[in-house]
Design a protein. Structure first.
Length: 327
């Protein structure tokens, strides 16, 4: 056959395939989400997220050490408080659960990069991400609280804050309060493009943050929309966001690619609890090969354009990179 162009030529051996890879990954891009719970001696497995745990602050350092040994140097903390109220006061309390976690983590591991999820749903008695007026989340009133939460996390040692509430104007409100308190250098990673998704189900189980009534569709995005994603991202850029996140990841690769192309900031994606749970469940039944699925899923996010990847599989992915299986 007279065929000059043969795509298979570049696939003839492992060495060559690796040489011509289009997607490169690095462990420094991985962020591991963790649940920290009020109490002592707690290390309880989350039923809907096998292999993931809720840790009390005293047990947390062992988990962090393991994580760092795997080569993952960034974490995101979610707090599970003992008491909840209508305005989520545990979220900005000086001795709140997540504030205690930041203090302990930074004291024991100063080089660990600690990120705070800024939201209210784990701390409010009604489980919504803001202050209610009737059954509607009052946007502007919520902004003051979110800014306070972010400031308290930074004062406790957070290196970066990541608002996940989806209120309008929250990046600007947080930036403002951090700046007037002297934290001009603390970056904001905005969950700018966060869809109202069933993939958060296991997380809400893990954090006890399911809304007591209704849903989050009046603040999180409708998954039919992609132009709106750019509108959200651009607004957050204007308000001073440093990193733009898309969430979930697996079923939103088109959105990740769009943000990457159009927004001149690092792009992050959060592979959420439901993505983790589905892979774990299918693998435990023997329906799919767990390691292979983790690798393929992670690479798909990087191929779509992520610079930062938040995932419960962070230590496993770091291991597969070490083995040269991906990356
Ligand atoms: C808080 C928050 C949620 C997640 C991250 N931050 C839950 C939600 O919006 O209901 C989900 C993360 C996951 O599913 O892994 N608002």
């Amino acid at each position: 056959m007279d065929m000059k162009i043969r795509p298979r030529r570049l696939r003839t051996g492992a060495h060559l395939r690796k040489m011509v890879r289009e997607t490169r990954m690095d462990k420094s891009s991985l962020i591991y989400p963790m649940f920290i719970k009020e109490g002592t001696g707690i290390e309880e497995e989350i039923p809907t997220m096998p292999g993931q745990y809720r840790y009390s602050v005293d047990r947390m350092p062992f988990a962090l050490e393991k994580l760092m040994n795997a080569g993952v140097g960034s974490v995101m903390f979610f707090g599970i408080p003992e008491h909840k109220d209508t305005c989520g006061s545990g979220a900005y309390a000086e001795d709140g659960i997540v504030q205690k976690a930041f203090r302990e983590a930074k004291q024991q591991f100063p080089e660990l990069y600690c990120i705070g999820d800024v939201c209210m749903c784990e701390y409010t008695s009604h489980g919504h991400c803001g202050i209610l007026k009737g059954e509607y989340v009052n946007n502007d009133k919520t902004l003051d609280y979110l800014a306070r939460i972010a400031l308290s996390q930074v004062q406790a040692g957070a290196d970066m804050v990541a608002p996940s509430d989806m209120m309008d104007g929250r990046v600007g409100a947080i930036r403002n309060l951090l700046d007037v308190n002297g934290y001009q250098e603390t970056p904001i990673m905005s969950y700018a493009v966060k869809y109202a998704s069933a993939f958060y189900g296991p997380f809400r189980d893990a954090a006890g943050s399911a809304p007591a009534f209704g849903d989050r569709k009046s603040y999180q995005m409708d998954y039919h929309n992609s132009r709106e994603a750019m509108k959200e991202a651009l607004l957050d850029v204007e308000e001073g966001a440093d990193i733009i996140m898309v969430k979930p990841a697996m079923t939103y690769l088109d959105i990740i690619a769009g943000v990457k192309e159009r927004i001149q900031l690092p792009t992050a994606a959060y592979s959420v609890s439901g993505e983790y749970a589905m892979i774990k469940a299918a693998a435990s039944l023997g329906y799919v090969d767990e390691a292979a699925i983790i690798c393929e899923t992670a690479v798909s996010a990087y191929r779509a354009g992520v610079d930062l990847y938040l995932t419960y599989f962070a230590p496993e992915i770091a291991g597969f990179m070490d083995e040269g299986r991906i990356g």
